[in-house]
Design a protein around this ligand. Structure first.
Ligand code: PMT
Length: 315
């Protein structure tokens, strides 16, 4: 009898322990999905931000990437506006929905401080109320209706464990579940057994050999959530290969939609690639000046495709 070969992604799980907070997150994910499923909600799992690749077990140094998490955080707000429930699976300290509008000094600059002998009070500056109020309103609505769950990862291994756990919970929702995989996941990693325990000393140039991180789209689409509406992203820096790479990915994994984007223009142009069609979604200069975000258009477009998908895929 032929021995059964473990796939590369199975080997990756076998050689990486789950993160310390994994069981807590798994419970949160299960409870969240069960609650949303009971009331017939559509759920989108959004992955957002980059993953790190540690170079030492006691990690001082790691390899990281450019992703700020803007795509995921902005999209989460638009999905909520359209009535979806959202699992926001993001890189710790990357941008988050709602608070992203006030990162850096912005929030401090919106406040006034009054100190008298009797008391101290803080108020929002009158000209900032119009900016803060709509964001606060949407934030409170999402919190009070319990339609958003935040879970976070840092390393590529954390990402692997969380994604599989989230898929296990989402599988029960069938076509009502959507995966919106906007995270920029590391492509290379240092195998556990080749990683030093302690900080690499700076005396000599280290010789680090990297291995390929297995793509998770295959088990996601074929095993974990076969009925869900899966959307992946493809980032390139060379316009000439973007469309073909996006189409290759769709042909290989056979999911529903790939959204292609170019690093430098990702805030104003993306290309939707489906099995039978492809089209661009772009912002005009005027829309950009007026603060329109491309994620608003991406999300509206995707929801149309998801609705159509649900109408022909009953569960
Ligand atoms: O965060 P921002 O600064 O706003 O930028 C947004 C973005 C450019 C990161 C985003 O729009 C984007 O393009 N993300 C995907 C980047 C990419 O090219 O991924 P990939 O080709 O390595 O992977 C293809 C798809 O599989 C992606 O949807 C990825 O999330 C997913 N993937 C990849 C590897 C892996 N091991 N598991 C995965 O699930």
């Amino acid at each position: 009898m032929q021995p059964i070969m473990a796939s590369q992604w199975e080997e990756f799980y076998a050689s990486h322990l789950p993160p310390p907070d994994f069981e807590d997150n798994r419970t949160l994910l299960k409870e969240f999905c069960a609650r949303q499923s009971k009331v017939g909600q559509r759920i989108v799992l959004i992955t957002s931000g980059g993953t790190t690749v540690p170079l030492e077990h006691n990690t001082v140094r790691f390899v990281d990437n450019f992703s700020a998490g803007m795509r995921g955080a902005a999209s989460a707000e638009y999905f909520l506006e359209h009535g979806y429930s959202v699992i926001f699976m993001h890189r710790l300290k990357s941008l988050e929905p709602f608070t992203r509008h006030f990162s850096g000094q912005k929030f401090m600059d919106m406040l006034d401080l009054q100190i008298t002998e009797q008391d101290t009070s803080i108020t929002v500056k009158p000209d900032s109320v119009d900016v803060l109020a709509p964001v606060l309103l949407n934030y409170k609505a999402a919190q009070e209706t319990g339609r958003i769950l935040y879970v976070n990862f840092t390393t590529v291994a954390d990402y692997f464990w969380l994604l599989r756990a989230a898929c296990e919970c989402l599988a029960t929702l069938g076509p009502k579940a959507m995966l919106y995989l906007a995270a920029a996941v590391s492509d290379f990693y240092v195998p556990s057994n080749e990683m030093p325990t302690h900080k690499i000393q700076s005396g000599a140039v280290p010789n680090i050999s990297l291995q390929l991180v297995p793509k998770l789209l295959s088990p996601v689409v074929n095993l974990w959530v076969p009925h869900a509406f899966v959307v992946s992203f493809k980032l390139e820096t060379d316009e000439n290969i973007l469309l073909s790479k996006a189409r290759d990915s769709l042909n290989k994994y056979k999911h529903k939609l790939v959204i292609g984007n170019i690093l430098q223009t990702r805030r104003q142009r993306v290309v939707f690639v489906m099995s039978d069609d492809s089209y661009e979604v772009t912002l005009t200069r005027e829309q950009m000046i007026n603060g329109i975000e491309i994620e608003e258009h991406i999300v509206t477009n995707i929801i149309n495709h998801h609705t159509q998908y649900m109408s022909v895929h009953k569960f």
